[in-house]
Design a protein around this ligand. Structure first.
Ligand SMILES: NC(=O)c1ccc[n+]([C@@H]2O[C@H](COP(=O)([O-])OP(=O)(O)OC[C@H]3O[C@@H](n4cnc5c(N)ncnc54)[C@H](O)[C@@H]3O)[C@@H](O)[C@H]2O)c1
Ligand SMILES: O=C(O)[C@H](O)COP(=O)(O)O
Length: 528
């Protein structure tokens, strides 16, 4: 068995792989055809952020069982391509959290006190004492964008320095933020209030350029710290904002293109502090992540559970054929429930009724959670979904009843913020044909696939006609619809299956009619 290691990892990880009997090949500078040649007979590939693991590389590696990322960020790995090819992708999400948080704190202080700039002046022989008047962090407000593992650690550390904490993270519960002493707010409010803003999200289509010119304007007079991923902050806009004095300074450990181009405009701005992606570069962190990933490589090759697998469902083989269709159904129900829910999720309940209640359903529940958490880039799978709920302070309950009204089996996913909830209930027709049969108590019959529009309206004549006309005017074809209502003249809910997407202005146009209460559009094929 061969393990190819293409980015430098700690010796402890290499040793552990060797002790397990693997032939460990290290090739830290390999790229292009040489890399493709080396990976051809590899059973495992171990990388950090320096290796792009794309579909072409995976195609060149027919023996590959696992890609192990000795660290957190997996934006350099095409996980979908790996999944398509049956390759497990695993990371080491905990081992370098403290190192990344400490580096963030160091960078905030470095920017606030111009430490690198003063250092350079002094080593150049200049005692520039009068030129550096810094900013104290104590008593200032820290805005945290992304309150996950690193963000939470930074919150603890800088909270202890005496900073007020305000955070933006749509996927974290209010109770977890409370425990950290952080107030949750929308991004605009965080930027308006922050003296220092620190970014700790993954790089996803949603977070790419999340902090652009307009956002930097809101942070006017403050400092921006990014030790998460390049590409989340618009670099030319940041360079301009610091250069023209909109911001007092910035500190960056990560860049859209690494290594950073020596001609980058960021390097011309005096008050931008930079480090070459050093957040995880401590002895302890490197040892942690290298040994963690080595253990997971060994587990994957030995067909044992891979604890931080990002794409591998764990499954009891004998029960799998029976529960397999419910795994997909539950994920879809979770995806629809979260798509229809406007609040901050505090509780998720997965309810099983009928035959399915007789089965061991942990995997199905995890799949429902995967559907709910799917907007997260930190890939959620059935292995880590429950853990993610715990980390976010979200209560998960599973309930079972042998009664299932007209259906042989039903799976319902209920997401709630403690006051409001959304309940989506699905079943399988003929054993494997998934249907959504109830939304918030309204009986419907929807094939959960593609473009879906859910309209809540007053049950009055002409509403369905109106919706059909507006969709038709915008060339949106209705493939199917089901109208459910409580009482005549009360409220009704209609689900439309559509052949194409519904732009926001069409939703707005529909909602402008007094008879329509709310319209929500979901794209169920959307990975985001
Ligand atoms: N500089 C380094 O060397 C270094 C070291 C470790 C981690 N990192 C990076 O730090 C980042 C955070 O890592 P982590 O371990 O805390 O990840 P995490 O998954 O634990 O946390 C990320 C948080 O971002 C939130 N989030 C996702 N999309 C969001 C959005 N659109 N808006 C606001 N919040 C959003 C998630 O809900 C989650 O709470 C990652 O990008 C990781 O790669 C960098
Ligand atoms: O995501 C991470 O773990 C960090 O960014 C560290 O990346 P590195 O292993 O390439 O230093």
């Amino acid at each position: 068995m061969k393990v190819l290691v293409t980015d430098p990892i700690a010796d402890a990880g290499v040793d552990r792989l060797g002790e397990a009997g693997f032939d460990v090949v290290t090739a830290y500078d390999a790229e292009g055809e040489r890399l493709q040649g080396l990976v051809r007979d590899a059973n495992a590939l171990v990388v950090r952020s320096g290796t792009q693991v794309d579909a072409a590389l995976l195609d060149a590696a027919p023996e590959l069982v696992i890609v192990g990322r000795a660290g957190i960020g997996v934006d350099n790995i095409d996980i979908d391509a790996a999944t398509d090819r049956g390759v497990v992708v695993a990371n080491a999400p905990e081992g370098n959290v403290r190192a990344a948080a400490e580096h963030t704190v160091a960078m905030a202080f470095a920017a606030a006190r111009s430490i690198p700039q003063a250092h350079i002046r002094l080593t150049d022989g200049e005692w520039a004492k009068g030129e550096f008047l810094g900013t104290e962090l104590n008593g200032k407000t820290l805005g945290i964008v992304g309150l996950g593992r690193v963000g939470q650690e930074v919150a603890k550390k800088l909270g202890n320095v005496g900073m007020d904490l305000v955070a933006y993270d749509p996927y974290i519960s209010a109770s977890r933020a409370d425990q950290l002493g952080a107030e949750l707010a929308d991004l605009e409010t965080v930027l308006d209030r922050a003296d220092f803003c620190t970014v700790h999200t993954p790089l996803t289509p949603e977070t790419e350029n999340l902090i652009g010119e307009a956002e930097l304007d809101r942070l006017a007079g403050g400092y921006l710290v990014n030790c998460a991923r390049g590409g989340i902050v618009d670099e030319p806009a940041l360079a301009a904002a610091v250069a023209d004095g909109t911001l007092k300074g910035a500190a960056l450990d990560v860049f859209a293109d690494e290594p950073l181009d020596p001609d980058s405009p960021l390097l011309d701005v005096e008050d931008v502090v930079v480090t070459p992606h050093l957040g995880a570069s401590t002895e302890a962190a490197q040892e942690n992540v290298a040994t963690s990933i080595a253990d997971q490589v060994v587990a994957a090759i030995e067909e044992e559970p891979v604890v931080n697998a990002l794409n591998a469902p764990s499954v009891d083989r004998s029960a799998f054929p029976r529960i397999r269709p419910y795994i997909d159904l539950a994920e879809t129900a979770g995806r629809i429930a979260v798509g229809l829910f406007d609040g901050r999720i505090d509780d998720i309940e997965v309810e099983y009724a009928g035959d399915i209640a007789e089965e061991e359903v942990d995997l199905v529940t995890a799949s429902a959670l995967r559907g709910v958490f799917r907007p997260l880039q930190s890939r959620v799978n059935t292995v880590n979904a429950m853990q993610i709920a715990e980390e976010r302070g979200i209560d998960v309950t599973e309930s079972k009843t042998s009664q299932s009204d007209v259906f042989q089996s039903r799976v319902s996913v209920i997401v709630s913020d403690g006051e409001e909830d959304v309940r989506v209930c699905g079943t399988l027709f003929a054993g494997d044909d998934p249907r959504i049969v109830q939304i918030d108590g309204y009986r419907v019959d929807a094939i959960p696939h593609g473009h879906m529009l859910v309209a809540r309206n007053h049950d009055q004549p002409g509403v369905i006609g109106l919706i059909g006309t507006v969709l038709g005017d915008h060339d949106i074809n209705i493939a199917g619809m089901f109208n459910g209502r409580g009482t005549i003249g009360g409220e009704a809910l209609t689900v439309y299956s559509l052949d194409s997407e519904v732009p926001t202005d069409v939703v707005d146009e529909l909602e402008a009619d007094d008879r329509i209460i709310k319209v929500q559009y979901l794209h169920l094929n959307d990975e985001g």
